[in-house]
Design a protein around this ligand. Structure first.
Ligand code: ZN
Length: 113
């Protein structure tokens, strides 16, 4: 005995086969590459973790530049450090975005190319 009303919510997102783990997923929406929510979250976690490295490199390079140019001793030092913080944050966001595409390309890129 099935109640048609119970499936009403799931109708918004028809079941699909995740192109990453191959599971049939219900009640979720596939993303651009046809991945389920679990696989996408895992990919985001991976890219977030790996994005720390380029962000740290940017922060170190910026600090080195400040030290090299003598700006660390300038009266605007707080401003430059704040700017470095912003730059590091932007680098982190960009790196995460790039890594996301990169890791996804590696996971789905077999077969063509
Ligand atoms: Zn999946």
């Amino acid at each position: 005995m099935s109640a048609p009303a119970a499936g009403a919510a799931a109708d918004a997102h028809p079941p699909f086969d995740c192109s990453k783990c191959g599971r049939t997923v219900r009640g979720q929406k596939a993303d651009d590459a046809g991945w389920c929510e679990t696989c996408r979250q895992e990919l985001i976690r991976h890219s977030s973790r790996q994005a720390y490295l380029p962000a740290a490199v940017v922060a170190a390079a910026f600090l080195w530049l400040l030290w090299w140019s003598g700006l660390l001793e300038s009266p605007l030092m707080a401003f430059w450090v704040a700017l470095g913080g912003v730059l590091t944050f932007v680098a982190y966001k960009v790196a995460r975005r790039v890594l996301f595409d990169l890791l996804r390309g590696r996971a789905t890129g077999d077969g063509k190319g």
